[in-house]
Design a protein around this ligand. Structure first.
Ligand code: 13P
Length: 256
């Protein structure tokens, strides 16, 4: 498998952070720092910041993403945002199936699959999150669990549409905890996911898909993680809120 065939993607998941002025300031600080990035750079921001950030990134290499979308095109779904609404704005990416959505908002593998197919139909690129809880790892079922999550999320997705899907392996025990998976642990699970893609589609699809690691990735540990053969970048929470830290991660991915 040739890592050079794949595009590394460093995506910031801002989660529920930043007002509009704060968002504009962060992008303004980030733009020159990542201008010569050799990887894709994405900022996944709260819905309320999308318009501001789309304007702020103009003329730069930073792409914009949302953090969720609903599976219906429109209708009586109070508080939800459709994939078409995001696409119409010029949003390029959407994070789906994040563990915080699964844990706190009742997201299941089936609803992730519905959201994912709706997002692809709207022309969005999807960052699909999978990952195990600490108990799953201790029970030795990490591989089976992420395989299941991946298979269900991709149900009905063609090989052609898979080109618009990135998978982020995010062990839940490593998110916001300061506990990073070791580079070997991250690579092992990313490789398992790649094997799942090969089994559902074929080796070409597996070789081409970008698989990120996420979970307490920061300026210090990024280089080792992104240098792993099956780790094609990262989905960054806390460290994406600091322009300098995020740019160091982008630099690591450019070199890694
Ligand atoms: P942290 O980088 O804050 O651990 O968050 C990771 C994450 O959940 C990105 O989606």
């Amino acid at each position: 498998m040739n890592k050079a065939l794949r595009k590394a993607v460093i995506a910031g998941n801002w989660k529920m952070n930043k007002t509009r002025p704060e968002a504009a300031a962060l992008i303004a600080e980030l733009k020159p720092l990542v201008a010569d990035a050799g990887c894709e750079v994405v900022a996944c921001v709260p819905f309320t910041n999308l318009e501001t950030v789309l304007e702020a990134v103009k003329g730069s290499n930073i792409k914009v993403g949302a953090q969720n979308c609903h599976f219906e095109k429109s209708g009586a779904f109070t508080g939800e945002i459709s994939a078409d609404m995001l696409a119409e704005m010029g949003v390029e990416y959407v994070v789906l199936g994040h563990s915080e959505r699964r844990q706190y908002f009742g997201e299941t593998d089936e609803t992730v699959n519905k959201r994912l197919t709706a997002a692809l139909a709207a022309g969005l690129k999807v960052i699909l999150c999978v990952g195990e809880m600490l108990a799953d790892r201790e029970n030795g079922i990490t591989g089976e669990l992420v395989a299941l999550q991946t298979k269900i999320a991709l149900k009905g997705v063609s090989k052609e549409d898979l080109k618009n899907v990135i998978i982020a392996y995010e062990p839940v025990w490593a998110i916001g905890t300061g506990k990073t998976a070791t580079a070997e642990q991250a690579n092992e699970v990313c490789a398992i996911i790649r094997g799942v893609i090969a089994s559902i589609y074929d080796q070409e699809a597996a070789d081409g898909i970008t698989i990120q690691y996420g979970g307490s990735m920061n300026a210090k540990n990024a280089a080792e993680l992104v240098a792993q053969p099956d780790v094609d970048g990262g989905l960054i929470g806390g460290a994406s809120l600091k322009a300098v830290d995020f740019s160091v991660i982008v630099k690591a991915a450019t070199e890694g």
